[in-house]
Design a protein around this ligand. Structure first.
Ligand SMILES: [Zn+2]
Length: 89
């Protein structure tokens, strides 16, 4: 029994073997969507990198990582130091 594949673009049955899409048209559309998705992900990634260092949207873990970098330490070293401070507190 052959496994019936479903076209991710139109939801139609893919009859051709070794094909992901039911038709060249859907293949093209699928490719376009993949590219669009990739672009969006890349955009957000770049945006995050650009926004890195802004305290406004910084998460606590990111703040710690940044402080560690600024202190010339690794994240682990910095956290260990912070814990040591708290313990001595
Ligand atoms: Zn299709």
């Amino acid at each position: 029994m052959e496994e019936a594949k479903i076209c991710p673009v139109c939801g139609g049955k893919v009859t051709a073997k070794n094909r992901k899409y039911c038709s060249p048209k859907c293949s093209k559309e699928g490719y376009r969507r993949r590219q669009a998705k990739y672009s969006i992900e890349k955009y957000h990634k770049d945006k995050r990198i650009k926004e890195d260092g802004k305290p406004k949207e910084e998460r606590p873990i990111e703040a710690l990582a940044r402080k560690a970098r600024e202190a010339g330490m690794s994240y682990g070293q910095y956290v260990a130091l912070e814990y040591a401070k708290i313990r001595r507190g």
